[in-house]
Design a protein around this ligand. Sequence first.
Ligand code: ZN
Length: 335
Amino acid sequence: MRKEVLNILGCCRCKSELNIDKAKTRKGDTRSGNLVCEECGLIFPITFGRPVLMTSNVIKEWRSPVSEAMGIGEYVTYDQSIEKLLLIGIDEALKLVEERKRLKEDDLESISEIPEEGIAKIRYRASGKWFKSGNRMERLLTFPWKNGDSDNSFNILMKKIAETQPESLLDIASGGGFAVSHQVWFNSGIKQTIAVERDLKCLGNIQYRFKYVGGNQTSEAVGGDVRQLPVRTESIDTAMMLNALPEIFGITSALSEAYRVLKNGGYFIILVSELPFTSDLISSGDFRKFAERADLYSGYEKFQSDAEKCGFNIESSERFNEKSGKFTRLISLRK
Ligand SMILES: [Zn+2]
């Protein structure tokens, strides 16, 4: 982590500035230490060079947002969580969601330590070894992807982000960093890129991708939760998100956080499937009923109306017919 990024990063709870404590630095890069919020007292670790700006209640490996909404802690797939939802019944499950929402601010605690296994995963992926096994290099580290295909929704997303000419770019829920590393590769005008991701092992992938495209000096993978972005208010020119909405519990909080961190006139550009998650296990009507009330992604219309309630203007909303037969939407929101 480079110290310059602290001009943009902030405490995930109170959004105040962070100070470095007990830092070990190599060639201008902070490899370990703590980031301390003097305003509210939370302490965040820097692990293998990555700032982890989350509280202990949100740190996790991926699990279905349906389970998370119901407060079920097991590591389960989407289909397993739908089976559980049907077993409980939608009305009962919604009661669990309401209980879950009452989580108080006071329950937020500092992460005492990142488990050794988690650190090992970040280290392995950041080393590039993960990419070099199997045929991942070809699938995941080809720049540009789909070169020359001007009708491709991903390429149009990349172009649209670049056209906003951001100096500061925030990628929200980066996953492995596929989209954000493309933008860094493609757009040399960006002075600071921050990729926020909650699944810690992914931080290694994202930072390796930044290094691979030569963006290591301007780009940082940061552990963080989209509902409590570890980013200072009005510090970002453009925010982006690729296909992450169906993975999020707390869509409206994520929207209001995106709105908060953007400067006035800033853009939030999203590519997402038009429909919410579908499964043979549940009718789309039943899933939508649950998703709307549980604050999960329930389709682009609801998302756009939530964005407007939050204060965004919908600058454009364009449909793409993907090769998979599904429709996606490229949505450009402006603050
Ligand atoms: Zn704080």
